[in-house]
Design a protein around this ligand. Structure first.
Ligand code: PMV
Length: 322
C-alpha cells in the first residue's frame, strides 16, 4: 500500500463535508527516551524498532485550519506567510494532498510553535500531530486515537507519539501496510520527572532526520546492532517508569541517545550534529554526575540537549545551566 491507499482505507466510511468554519488544535512536542532511528518503509514511515517518548507539557504546536476558496494552500508559520516553494511548505502540502478528497479542498494553515522550529526539538512531530487533529475536527471524522496516530505518522514518524501527554510508546508493528504501527499512552505517571531544554543553536539543522536515518541504515555497519539495543533499552525504561527508578531511566535514555549518534558517526559520509558547545555541556553533565548530581541528557538529530532530572533538583539545575 502507498500513503494515499492507507489514508483512503482509514477514511473510507467518513464524510468529507466541512463541518465547521475552522478548527484549532494543540499537540505537544515529544522527546524520545528510546529513539526511533531507521525506517523499514520510507514512504509510510514504518520504523525498524519500537520507541518510547515523554511529551512536553504545554510545549508544542497550535494549528488553525480553514477551507480556502482557492486552488492553492496558504501556509503561515509563526504568523509569517510562507512561499509554497519553501521546504517546510512543500512537505506540508504533500501531506495535505492526502486529505483533499474528491472536492479537491485547499486549506489555510496557521501553525505556531512555542519551541524553535527545526532545531532538533521535534517540532515536526507536534506540527503534524496538531494538523491531523485539526483535520479530524474540521471534517468531523471522529477517528480513534489509533487511526489518528497512523495518519500523523504519514507526516513524520515521531508525530504518531504526539497525540498524548505523558509516556507514549510507538509499537513497531509487523504488517506491511503499517496498520499495526501506531502509538499508545502508557498507564504511568511520574509528575516529579523534569525535562530541561539546553538550546545551543536555533538554526535549522544541516541535515534532516529523514536523510540522516536513511544514510545510517544504508551505510553504517554498527546499525545492525541497533534493534537489539533498542529492545533492551525499552525493557529497562519501562521498568524505570513503572518503579520510578530515576537512575535507571537516566542511564538508559542517555546511553540510547549516545548509541544512536554512534550509528550516525559510523555512516558514510559520517553525520555529526554536535557543536563545540554540545560537547562542553556533555562534559559538564558527566562531571556533575561524578560529583553525585543526578542529571542525564538525551539528544536528537541536532546539537541541542535535553536534560533529565527530578523536580527536587530544579533550583540547582537552574544555577548550573540557565
Ligand atoms: O519523526 P522524525 O522523522 O522527525 O524523526 C525523529 C528522530 C529522532 O528525533 C532523532 C528520534 C525520535 O524518536 O524522536
Amino acid at each position: 500500500m502507498n500513503r494515499s491507499e492507507v489514508v483512503n482505507e482509514i477514511l473510507k466510511k467518513k464524510c468529507s463535508a466541512v463541518m465547521t468554519d475552522s478548527a484549532t488544535t494543540f499537540a505537544p512536542s515529544n522527546i524520545a527516551l528510546v529513539k526511533y532511528w531507521g525506517k523499514r518503509n520510507a514512504e509510510l514511515n514504518l520504523p525498524m524498532t519500537s520507541s518510547l517518548s515523554i511529551s512536553l507539557d504545554g510545549k508544542g504546536t497550535q494549528t488553525t485550519i480553514q477551507i480556502l476558496d482557492s486552488h492553492q494552500d496558504q501556509i503561515f508559520l509563526n504568523n509569517d506567510a510562507l512561499s509554497n516553494e519553501s521546504l517546510f511548505a512543500k512537505r506540508l502540502i504533500s501531506f495535505l494532498d492526502l486529505f483533499r478528497s474528491q472536492k479537491n479542498y485547499h486549506f489555510k494553515i496557521q501553525t505556531e510553535n512555542n519551541i524553535p522550529t527545526g532545531a532538533g526539538l521535534a517540532s515536526s512531530a507536534s506540527g503534524f500531530a496538531s494538523i491531523i487533529l485539526a483535520l479530524n475536527e474540521l471534517f468531523d471524522w471522529q477517528l480513534s486515537k489509533k487511526e489518528l496516530s497512523i495518519l500523523a505518522r504519514m507526516g513524520s514518524g515521531s508525530a504518531c507519539r504526539s497525540l498524548w501527554s505523558g509516556f507514549v510508546k510507538w509499537n513497531r508493528g509487523e504488517r506491511e501496510d503499517g496498520m499495526d504501527s501506531y502509538a499508545e499512552k502508557l498507564p504511568y505517571e511520574w509528575p516529579e520527572l523534569r525535562i530541561g531544554l539546553l538550546i545551543i543553536s536555533e538554526k535549522e539543522k544541516s541535515i534532516g532526520s529523514r536523510e540522516a536515518m536513511n544514510r545510517t541504515v544504508s551505510t553504517s555497519k554498527i546499525y545492525q546492532k541497533w534493534p537489539q539495543q533498542v529492545a533492551q533499552d525499552l525493557k529497562k525504561i519501562e521498568q524505570a517508569i513503572r518503579e520510578k527508578d530515576f537512575e535507571l531511566l537516566g542511564e538508559t535514555a542517555e546511553a540510547n541517545a549516545i548509541a544512536m549518534h554512534a550509528t550516525m558517526h559510523d555512516a558514510f559520509p559520517p553525520i555529526h550534529y554536535d557543536l563545540p558547545e554540545t560537547l562542553q555541556l556533555k562534559n559538564k553533565i558527566w562531571k556533575l554526575r561524578q560529583k553525585g548530581f543526578p542529571i542525564y541528557f538525551t539528544q536528537d538529530a541536532g546539537p541541542n540537549l535535553k536534560l533529565l532530572f527530578l523536580q527536587s533538583q530544579t533550583e540547582a539545575i537552574k544555577k548550573q545551566f540557565y
